[in-house]
Design a protein around this ligand. Structure first.
Ligand code: AMP
Ligand code: ZN
Length: 465
């Protein structure tokens, strides 16, 4: 089966055919760095990380670009509100973003361009648009003239009336058309700004992505991604800018958008205040459980988040890691994921189906269906191999099961690993001395401290509850 992706441009699932099978190129809009990422912001990161992993397994070279927007009015506002310097805000937030996304087991993108390092490219693009009569200068601003592009609106399929209604909120007097949008705006002396042919100023948000995508991926590339909310106006405007500057050439062939992460069916967002930061959630559950919770629904569907859903993901992983721990001695076969699993991912990243397949494999590993020990061992090696391969494709199940079971919530007082091992040794000594009351006392005391013991033929293992 070939990879199929739902393309927002055609509103259809299409077979993915890269422009160059030797080098696949993908751009995903990254964060505006002024505050900690919330779980909604993490959804595209995890969804496109699964796509990145899949593409890497199918093609020899994949370049994945995800930008950092480090010049934006929200950042300026934050600096004003807190007194913290803009540089400090963007550096600190970018670092936190890297840490949080790594905790969610997302691979770093191949290239992570920062907007402020691409001002010259943005200015060159704007200059081209002015020369082509797609943009004009007005009161220190440069605006893209929407009526200059008859195909404008193809991605979002908005009518002219809807476009104007959407733009009406900030119809500035210097706009020729209400739908026109800003490419460059003037900065006052105390605002971040760069010299330009149109005066000292700063770029609009949309032109940042057009310029960074062109710089790192060329005029036309394969996949452009982001959350559903970016279709209009952000992606529509990226397309307008890039196509009009590049003689009409397409910006990207496949437009892929993730659905919203919701809380009680409302979009998780800073403005509604109904958000959990990734950072706070990481104090409550392992990043891998958050990742699984984010993959539980198909990436295009809405996904309602709740503490219960997170607990369920953690318990599911307990079960999978439990199967791996129960078969620690079984040698995993080096193998590709099963066909059912692979086909699920190839079908527009059907992660719920892929997860169901992992569930089945973990269940099979735990069942002793065949009594012939040698045959059983071989079969278990294959199943364990498939389980690990499937896990890897989703960025899951790659840690030592013992480490998984030893995870503790941040800030919670708990016995150290060494203390627990010492208690287990004491309990074993008591058992050897047939002092079962003492052995039982130690087991109970550990249970009260949240440590569960399990006696196995090869010794006693433990886990935190
Ligand atoms: P922002 O920093 O708001 O530009 O968002 C960064 C990325 O997160 C964009 O791709 C957004 O579409 C995405 N995003 C923001 N909120 C949500 C949400 N609640 N669910 C899914 N994606 C979101
Ligand atoms: Zn963008």
């Amino acid at each position: 089966m070939a990879l199929e992706l739902y393309n927002t441009l055609s509103r259809k699932k299409e077979i993915f055919t890269p422009l160059d099978a030797a080098h696949v190129r993908m751009y995903v809009c990254g964060p505006t760095v002024y505050d900690f990422a919330h779980l909604g912001n993490a959804r595209p990161v995890v969804a496109f990380d699964v796509l990145f992993r899949l593409l890497k397994s199918l093609y020899p070279r994949v370049t994945y670009v995800r930008n950092i927007t480090d010049v934006d009015d929200k950042i300026m506002q934050k600096a004003k509100d807190t007194g913290e310097k803009i540089d400090s805000i963007t550096t600190r937030t970018t670092e936190a973003y890297h840490d949080d996304m790594a905790a969610l087991l997302a691979l770093p993108p191949t290239i992570e361009p920062r907007a402020t390092a691409h001002i010259a490219q943005m200015q060159a693009l704007i200059q081209k648009l002015i020369e082509n009569n797609h943009a004009y200068v007005a009161e220190g601003h440069v605006l893209f003239n929407v009526p200059s592009m008859p195909e404008y609106g193809q991605l979002s399929r908005r009518s002219r009336d809807e476009l104007i209604a959407g733009a009406r909120v900030d119809v500035a007097p210097y706009k020729k058309d209400p739908a026109d949008f800003v490419l460059w705006k003037p900065s006052t002396a105390d605002q971040p700004g760069w010299d330009s042919p149109w005066g000292r100023g700063r770029p609009g948000w949309h032109i940042e992505c057009s310029a960074m995508a062109k710089e790192h991926l060329g005029v036309t590339f394969d996949i452009h991604g982001g959350g559903l909310d970016l279709i209009f106006p952000h992606h529509e405007n990226e397309i307008a800018q890039s196509r009009c500057a590049h003689g009409g050439a397409a910006l990207a062939n496949y437009w892929v958008h993730n659905g919203f992460l919701t809380i009680h069916q409302d979009k998780m967002s800073k403005s509604l205040g109904n958000f959990f930061t990734v950072r706070d959630l990481l104090a409550q559950a392992p990043g891998e459980a958050l990742r699984l919770a984010l993959l539980a629904a198909h990436y295009r569907q809405p996904l309602d988040f709740s503490p219960e859903a997170l607990q369920k993901a953690k318990q599911t992983l307990d079960g999978w890691y439990g199967a791996l721990r129960n078969h620690a001695v079984v040698q995993a076969e080096e193998t590709a994921p099963s066909e059912t699993f692979q086909n699920a991912l190839l079908d527009d990243l059907n992660t719920p189906l892929a997860i169901a397949e992992i569930h089945k494999l973990a269940g099979m590993l735990n069942r002793t269906a065949i009594s012939l020990p040698a045959f059983n061992r071989i079969r278990k090696g294959t199943i364990k191999g498939q389980l690990l391969a499937a896990g890897k494709a989703l960025g899951l199940l790659q840690q030592d099961p013992e480490a998984w079971f030893r995870w503790t919530p941040a800030g919670q007082k708990t016995l150290s690993d060494a203390d627990i091992e010492a208690q287990i040794t004491a309990r074993n000594a008591a058992r050897t001395a047939r002092d079962f009351a003492e052995a039982d006392r130690i087991r109970k005391a550990l249970a009260e401290a949240g440590i569960l013991l399990e006696d196995k033929p090869e010794g006693t293992i433990w886990r935190r509850t």
